[in-house]
Design a protein around this ligand. Structure first.
Ligand code: ZN
Length: 496
């Protein structure tokens, strides 16, 4: 490794350290910090993040990046340089005044969003929201794009993915999925009341921990705690933590959230140690990250094979409510499909339609084909067309998600990209592994985890989403494997 790259590496390592330190403070804020410490904590995190940004975008870093070259384009050095240059370009293009003004606008928008939710009144949020849309449009034109202004925003979360690609795949997905949802609605629904009895929260917590031991979460390099909104966070590959939320009147929601976050954590625990402190020891895109969480939550956690192993354990823990429930009844109950208003409560089948609606609105907004005041009405129309349900108030409609009040445009599509990638990967894992289903049935997860590590996790950001998908599936992003999985599973469950 030449000396310029070595110099760069030690500089970047400091940036990584500052970011990790900020992440530790943020983790603490969501888990154990006393209530009154919030204001100062926000300043402390902002200071660390500002230092990280200053070191990263400094003239010294720019000079080193300019001078550095890698002889072999396939080498690790070449991978490091290309990611650092990409990050540098994005980070240094936006004028600091714009970033500062946007941060202030987000602060206001968060407040007016809360007020609007409280009063079920979108107009209280409208002007702050419009300002954030203006910032997003400005950012997009400063950073630049080839085809669609939304490309730039998408690129922040899903590098190199274009609006056109997402539109093509999502339109196909929507036209196939809407009729499936309509068919399921004509079918007889399973009984699922037993899932919503009152359960002992400490037993539910223990159950989540048992499941983490079953699937093999590495507790020597991570831990689980409680928080209001579950998340996973990485300080280094040696410390990847998750949180969960337990609801006493829901037997499985905490468990699925635990499996979801486990999928995220397993990804970052599995990155090759050679990428430590380089900014590459992270997920390569939000879509790929989400594919790992959905794979564990849905393809494993909502499968019959998984519950064949786990249900007897649950019945011992909760004999009063579960002793007479059969595997088939349990499996049908946790996979009930019912169109609903709230995205985060949606089932596996209807969830993508919530995302498609948001993506279509965002793309048109950023392009200037839509204005903010038109959104509530458009929201209701699309909900009716895609899901057949319409919110009675704006809090259960357009005001339900926090993303837009944070100015995060381009984030939503990654949820469904993750769903589609997960099905593409899981299909390939099933081909590659000898009888994956019977391994799950007997509680063996090492073969699947090894496959994921070999083909996805070890690379961190050193392989792009597109490279991963192509190397694993020999093709590109596609909705077909997921649609096939849904048609088979739910055709069977609902007998259509
Ligand atoms: Zn997730």
């Amino acid at each position: 490794m030449n000396s310029t790259i070595l110099n760069l590496k030690s500089r970047i390592a400091e940036v990584a350290d500052l970011k990790s330190a900020a992440a530790v403070l943020e983790w603490d804020q969501e888990t154990y910090m006393p209530d009154n410490a919030g204001e100062v904590r926000a300043l402390q995190v902002a200071t660390l993040r500002k230092f990280a940004h200053t070191v990263f975008t400094s003239d010294e870093t720019a000079k080193l990046l300019d001078e550095a070259t890698a002889d072999d384009q396939e080498s690790d050095e070449a991978r490091l340089l290309s990611i650092w240059k990409r990050d540098f370009e994005r980070a240094s293009k936006l004028p600091p005044e714009l970033v500062f003004e946007k941060t202030k606008a987000i602060g206001r928008a968060k407040e007016s969003w809360k007020q609007a939710r409280l009063h079920q009144d979108f107009t209280r949020f409208e002007s702050d929201f419009s300002r954030l849309v203006d910032f997003a449009r400005q950012e997009s034109s400063i950073i630049g794009y080839d085809e669609h202004p939304y490309d730039t925003l998408l690129d922040e979360f899903e590098p190199n993915m274009t609006t056109r690609e997402v539109k093509t795949v999502f339109e196909h997905l929507r036209s196939s999925l809407v009729p499936i949802v309509q068919t399921i609605q004509q079918c007889k629904q399973p009984a699922d009341q037993f899932l919503y009895e009152t359960y002992d929260v400490s037993k539910l917590w223990d159950l989540g921990m048992d499941v983490l031991h079953l699937v093999g979460y590495d507790f020597t390099r991570g831990r689980q705690d409680l928080s209001t909104h579950p998340f996973s966070t990485t300080f280094d590959i040696s410390d990847v933590r998750i949180t969960t939320r337990i609801a006493e009147n829901n037997l499985v929601s905490g468990l699925f959230s635990t499996l979801h976050e486990f999928g995220h954590a397993l990804y970052e625990q599995g990155v090759d140690p050679k990428w430590q402190r380089t900014l590459l020891a992270e997920g390569t895109s939000l879509g790929i990250h989400e594919s790992q969480s959905r794979l564990w939550e849905n393809h494993i956690g909502r499968s019959q094979a998984f519950w064949e192993y786990l249900l007897p354990h649950l019945q011992t823990k909760f004999p009063n409510t579960l002793q007479n429930i059969t595997l088939s009844e349990f499996y049908r109950a946790i996979n009930k499909v019912q169109p609903s208003l709230i995205r985060v409560d949606a089932d596996e089948v209807t969830y993508p339609l919530h995302v498609l609606l948001r993506f279509e609105i965002e793309a048109d907004l950023i392009e200037g084909r839509l204005e903010v005041r038109e959104l509530p009405e458009l929201w209701r129309t699309k909900m009716q067309t895609y899901l057949g349900v319409v919110p009675e108030n704006e809090t259960d409609g357009i005001l339900q998600d926090i993303h837009w009040s944070l100015g995060a445009f381009g984030y939503f599509p990654t949820y469904t990209l993750g769903t589609l990638y997960a099905a593409q990967f899981f299909e390939q894992a099933s081909f590659a592994l000898d009888n994956l289903e019977s391994q799950i049935r007997s509680g063996q997860y090492s073969p699947l985890k090894n496959w994921l590590k070999t083909h996805i996790h070890q690379f961190g950001r050193a392989k792009s989403a597109k490279e991963l998908v192509f190397d694993i599936t020999n093709t590109s992003l596609s909705a077909e494997p997921w649609l096939k999985y849904i048609k088979t599973k739910y055709g069977d469950l609902y007998e259509f």
